[in-house]
Write a protein that binds this ligand. Structure first.
Ligand SMILES: N[C@@H](CCC(=O)N[C@@H](CS)C(=O)NCC(=O)O)C(=O)O
Length: 203
């Protein structure tokens, strides 16, 4: 099957999809199409009416978005260990971790837009503070629930790994590790996975 993935190399949501592809041995079955969602000339809306990456197009032309749905779709295409667990308790743990990690990313991306993309006269520090508060509270929550992460490799831990990687990438002057020793130790190990090493974001 040839799938087409509209991607940008710095998008943490795209990184989730890339990690899922590598973890499930499907890296070679996807044609990657570099796309800048901020380019006014982009035709990205032909594949995702929201105008966002990632967007996946199947061989039959079906459009699949956003990252949680793309990841679950890809997980249905391989016969190895599933990244979306079946068993209800495990599944809910993984989905909740994914929701929290995606929420961290939503807040982080929103803060980056406010600081970098919004024209200077319109920037609102209070908005950035609100996003940083949500991020910090979520990091505290993850530290308190570090036992949920353990040695699991599923959509929950992949999402958390990509979210922490994005904080390192875009918020290196606002370090998250201090006071979060369990989370830091987990992340250090998880980042050693080949799928994580191969997808480190680069400007
Ligand atoms: N909930 C979406 C978020 C995707 C998203 O916000 N992608 C960003 C790039 S990091 C984007 O395309 N932004 C362009 C825009 O919002 O117009 C997902 O999980 O895929």
């Amino acid at each position: 099957m040839t799938l087409k993935l509209r991607y940008s190399p710095t998008s943490p949501y795209v990184r989730k999809v890339s990690v899922v592809l590598l973890e499930t041995g499907q890296g070679a079955s996807v044609e990657r199409i570099g796309t800048n969602p901020w380019d006014p000339q982009t035709n990205l809306a032909e594949n995702n009416p929201l105008g966002r990456v990632p967007a996946l197009v199947t061989e039959s032309g079906e459009q699949i978005f956003d990252s949680p749905v793309i990841c679950e779709f890809l997980d249905g295409l391989h016969s190895g260990t599933k990244l979306f667990p079946d068993e209800s308790g495990e599944r809910m743990t993984a989905l909740r971790l994914q929701a929290l990690a995606d929420g961290i990313l939503d807040a982080a991306v929103s803060a980056v837009i406010e600081r970098v993309r919004r024209p200077e006269p319109y920037r609102w520090d209070g908005w950035v503070d609100r996003q940083m508060k949500a991020i910090n509270q979520s990091i505290d929550w993850l530290e308190a629930h570090a036992q949920w992460l353990s040695q699991r490799v599923d959509i929950g831990t992949i999402s958390v790994g990509c979210a922490l990687g994005y904080l390192d990438f875009r918020f290196s002057s606002e370090p998250w590790r201090e006071g979060h020793e369990k989370l830091s130790a987990w992340y250090e190990e998880f980042s050693k996975r080949p799928s994580m090493r191969e997808t480190v974001p680069q400007d």
